[in-house]
Design a protein around this ligand. Sequence first.
Ligand code: PMP
Length: 394
Amino acid sequence: MFDTLKAQPADKILALMQAFKDDPREDKIDLGVGVYKDAHGNTPIMRAVKAAEKRLWEEETTKAYTGLAGDPLFSERMISLVLGDAVSRETVSAVATPGGTGAVRQGFDLVKMANPDAVVHVSDPTWPNHLSILKHMGLPVVPYRYFDSETGGVDFTGMIADIAQSKPGDIVLLHGCCHNPTGANLTQGQWTQVIETINSVGAVPMIDLAYQGFGDGLEADAGPTRQVAKSCPETIIAASCSKNFGIYRERTGILMTVAQDSGTRTVTQGTLAYLNRQNYSFPPDHGARLVLMVLGDEGLRADWEAELEEVRTGMLELRQMLADELRTLSGSDRFAFLGQHRGMFSRLGCSPEKVEKLRAEHGIYMVGDSRMNIAGLNRDTVPRLAKAIIDVGI
Ligand code: PMP
């Protein structure tokens, strides 16, 4: 039976990680994989998370199953973090999932159950795993214009024109903040127009929120998601705790839906629990428990927010430094978009050949579509990257 299987395409980012490891050059720079790194290249465990872990080890008395939806306290605190008081709790359903990826997957499963004819409209480009999961599930995908490589910003006219083509019950997948892979984001006014367009065609927004706290701050980054949830009849939200709590390997995420009324909510909540049951039964608890402890304890929460803010502002400084350096070297403002982008990533907008040149001639590793992880830089490597970008003729 196994001989009928076909080799699957290798994950490009994982292959890039391996190539970086195998490169003997001492001054190589890794801007590939999407993991936060500090100035020393480490991905630290956040102080509040470590403290919660210690407390948990001392206080936890059982490892018995939680519930199919995970611990309700995790949902309650995550709903507050993401949605604030934008919508009535009576309309929100939520289940814990293995990471944001699990939430995205369960969200698509929910869509398939609710509307088997749904087409999913995704930004061009989007996180490659969106496309790969949708393809695996057999859900039809239509891209909408998003990134303008001339300006490094959003092709907003194109985006609106394409979203306007969606049909009632279609899904419009949006990145809540810190767009991956481009780093280019909508303004508040543009979000309003996107919402109006989605509502005018009767589509349903699905928000992937993987970087809350990495862009303009915890509250600001949740703004668009809240605006959408408040203004659209129904919303699906897949949120990840991997980045903002630094608990990548614990697999912690949440799928939320906002329904029109509490009756629909009851059935939706049951369906989400049912989907968890079919796919993996109980969701992982360790990471979710750390999150609920940090969010529910005043001291831990303050420390977590402070450390997250250090992470965020550190990346902003690196962005600005790179944009400034490139302004000096190029004598132009054509790289100013790097300072305007938000989150961990920026897409340079150059050809795969130039990306390969950066790797071969300068030992600088970024994804083939020219996405770079800003957190892979530090004060010493920013000037080297800027010089290399100009050297290879970008
Ligand atoms: N969505 C996007 C856009 C992402 O970039 C990521 C992380 N790479 C995720 C979802 C999911 O992350 P995780 O499953 O590690 O929580």
